[in-house]
Design a protein around this ligand. Structure first.
Ligand SMILES: [Zn+2]
Length: 365
């Protein structure tokens, strides 16, 4: 048995370069040292690519600083320790915190008026002025027009129709937060076990699909606000496409490293679907002065996502210098940062659209 093991090691080493060999030998010494540390109750050791269980061998260009089969508690506290997933976790965790802050800021913003508030307001403004004033105080400066004006009830109800729904905006913010948080959780805990790794990878891919689908909601809703048939058609189309992608991604075989390009293609085709309503929206709003600024933000978003996907698929720069970017600067970290940048550009575009609809309703000015 020893002979077989030695033979297989010799055979394997025969294929490796001198540089790799010396690293492996050094690493074996290091692992031994770490084991001693471990028995002394110290921190769990980080291992090299060659010491990983098969299910974790995803990127052969990242050579060191892996966590393998770590208990959940240690995996959680590795949030505050340097390993090759630290920046992957933190880039999306900070992105999540940023979007959570934006969501809370928008929820507290004066213009947030939900249907219940509108209903309360239309009732009260018709009955007594004092109650209207109280609601105005309650909403801060939330109302889109001054309640102190003595407006006949009929006119006010007509004006209320121009209060633009916020839910598609919050659907996008919710989808982005779901994606960023599930990605952070996946990168933090997927070193625990094979089963959890498979589950979290699929959760991560679903998060990306959810983010893409929900990104379409505010744009389609606000641009085609006054053409409900197009609004419905595009929203139904992207939802159906997203659900198909999620169901496909839930298949365990498609979560493996071999299908990296296929997954990227699925996400890209969902993103490219957006070209149809985007071209349509440009034609419909050709004379709108806000077209260029919104379009510029959306192009920035598309550019960020495409470049990010390119890094994700090609695994540049680590493939050029394996082992050099283990801790910082590898493709997945760049991909993560570009996802957050893309989502922020989309957020800015959505704010512009909302501002336009708030001011002009269905008047295409
Ligand atoms: Zn990731």
């Amino acid at each position: 048995m020893n002979y077989c093991a030695t033979k297989s090691v010799v055979k394997r080493k025969g294929k490796e370069t001198d540089e790799t060999l010396s690293f492996t030998n050094n690493n074996n010494k290091m692992s031994h040292q770490h084991d001693l540390d471990r028995s002394g109750g110290k921190r769990l050791p980080l291992v090299s690519f060659w010491d990983l269980p098969n299910y974790m061998k995803d990127n052969e260009y990242i050579l060191r600083y892996y966590r393998a089969n770590w208990p959940l508690k240690e995996a959680f506290f590795s949030l505050f320790r340097w390993h090759n997933e630290t920046l992957n976790v933190w880039t999306h965790l900070l992105g999540f915190i940023l979007f959570l802050g934006l969501t809370l800021a928008n929820l507290m913003k004066p213009h947030v008026v939900d249907l219940l508030q509108q209903f309360t307001r239309s009732l009260s403004s018709g009955t007594e002025k004092n109650v209207s004033d109280t609601i105005k105080d309650f909403l801060g400066a939330a109302l889109l027009f001054d309640l102190k004006h003595q407006v006949p009830l009929k006119m006010e109800v007509e004006a209320l129709e121009f209060v633009i729904a916020r839910w598609p905006f919050f659907v996008f913010l919710g989808g982005s937060m779901f994606c960023l948080l599930s990605s952070s959780i996946c990168h933090l805990f997927s070193c625990h076990s094979h089963d959890l790794n498979l589950f979290l990878l699929r959760l991560d891919y679903c998060g990306i699909a959810v983010m893409i689908i929900t990104s379409f909601f505010p744009q389609i809703y606000y641009v085609f606000l006054c053409q409900p048939h197009w609004q419905l058609l595009y929203l139904a189309g992207i939802t159906a496409m997203g659900l198909f992608t999620i169901v496909t991604l839930l298949s365990p075989t498609l979560s493996t490293g071999k299908h990296r390009a296929f997954r990227a293609m699925l996400f890209c085709s969902m993103g490219l679907f957006g070209i149809v309503p985007a071209v349509h929206a440009c034609i419909v709003n050709w004379g709108n002065p806000r077209r260029n600024i919104t379009l510029a933000y959306e192009c920035a978003m598309a550019f960020s996502y495409l470049i990010g996907t390119l890094f994700y698929v090609t695994r540049i720069p680590e493939r050029w210098k394996p082992g050099w970017f283990d801790l910082a600067g590898h493709s997945h970290q760049i991909f993560h940062v570009l996802v957050v940048v893309g989502a922020l550009a989309h957020y800015a575009a959505t704010l512009k659209l909302l501002e336009w609809r708030d001011n002009f309703g269905c008047d295409m000015v």
